[in-house]
Design a protein around this ligand. Structure first.
Ligand code: NDP
Length: 300
């Protein structure tokens, strides 16, 4: 008997919302999520009668997943700190998500939820759209946390030639590199301690900023405070999108290097999740509408 009810976890602003079908997001904290903008706009544009509810889940994740399933919720996103922890509570997991080791989307099946990782495809789509190419590129990743796992797997799946992973805790960079090098035909991932960044051969790199430095608008560059190092970038991505201009993005602009923040990644991971939930294709006009709503929510 499960006494836990997921609807007790709805954040205050959503308590009175009514719909035919519900989707939602589990995380902690969750108040500032932008995801309802994505999914509620899609529902309104395609007359789907759906609403997307943020649930502030602070404990008992497994019971809340079960309660969401029992109460008919058709899809969930999973965010910090549960992308890895949710895996034991899934009925099934998509192959890519399994290899990444993190799930951000649950899809209802007859027997339970199936987990996917749409962060990875969302990031790839945002990079392609900006005109950069992962295939045969050399990449430097800053960070080796949860999100970095999806980034590393994207590099592997889409054929990056060499990937250097710099992280404050070198053990995490080593573990990530080992996981990604497993069953690969050649060892493309190389962990690098922060103080050894000059050992990376001079070259032309896509630099992907995957740490949480910049989220609080801190001064200073993430991990490496050396403009010459960043000058090697031919294209740059910061996974952070709020503030819109992170210290990393500002640094790239100063050097005249094309750079994007993580807003399109956020948009596309949501679009891909919604396309799976509703079995639809979301057209460019709707994408544009959602994007203009999202950018208004950022601070500059
Ligand atoms: P994690 O907490 O799992 O990882 C944080 C990373 O940042 C680690 O590599 C950590 O290093 C590093 N880090 C944090 N603080 C410091 C510091 N003071 N000095 C040096 N390194 C530091 O977070 P996630 O991987 O889940 O998320 C990372 C960022 O990506 C977040 O800011 C998040 O907003 C963004 N993100 C964006 C998404 C999007 O859709 N655009 C999707 C997912 C995430 P260490 O291992 O040494 O602790």
């Amino acid at each position: 008997m499960n006494d836990i009810n997921v609807w007790d976890k709805v954040i205050d602003e959503y308590k009175e919302v009514k719909a035919d079908r519900y989707m939602g997001i589990f995380g902690y904290p969750i108040k500032h999520t932008l995801s309802p903008i994505i999914h509620d706009t899609i529902s309104d544009e395609y007359l789907l009668g759906e609403r997307y509810i943020p649930f502030e889940v602070d404990s008992n994740l497994g019971e809340y997943v079960k309660s969401a399933y029992d109460s008919g919720i058709v899809g969930l996103n999973i965010t910090v700190p549960y992308k890895e922890k949710v895996i034991p509570y899934l009925y099934d997991i998509d192959e890519d998500a399994k290899k990444i080791g993190a799930v951000n989307t649950l899809v209802r099946t007859d027997k339970g939820y199936k987990g996917y990782n749409t962060d990875m495809e969302g990031l790839y789509r945002s990079i392609k759209e900006a005109g950069a190419e992962i295939k045969d590129s050399e990449v430097i990743m800053l960070g080796a946390g949860g999100a970095a796992r999806a980034v590393a797997y994207m590099c592997k799946k889409y054929g990056a030639k060499k990937i250097y992973i710099i992280n404050r805790s070198i053990d995490k960079a080593k573990r990530l590199a080992e996981d990604m090098n497993e069953d690969a035909s050649f060892k493309a991932f190389i962990p690098v301690p922060v103080n050894a960044y000059k050992d990376i051969p001079k070259g032309k790199y896509i630099i992907i900023q995957c740490t949480s430095i910049g989220l609080k608008n801190e001064a200073g560059l993430p991990l490496i405070n050396d403009m010459d190092f960043y000058r090697q970038a031919v294209f740059a991505v910061d996974l952070i999108y709020n503030p819109a201009k992170t210290p990393f993005v500002k640094c790239m602009e100063k050097l005249d290097i094309p750079a994007i923040n993580g807003l399109k990644m956020l948009l596309y991971q949501g679009i891909i999740a919604n396309e799976i939930w509703n079995d639809i294709r979301i057209d460019d006009a709707v994408l544009g509408k959602i994007y203009s709503k999202l950018i208004k929510k950022l601070y500059y």
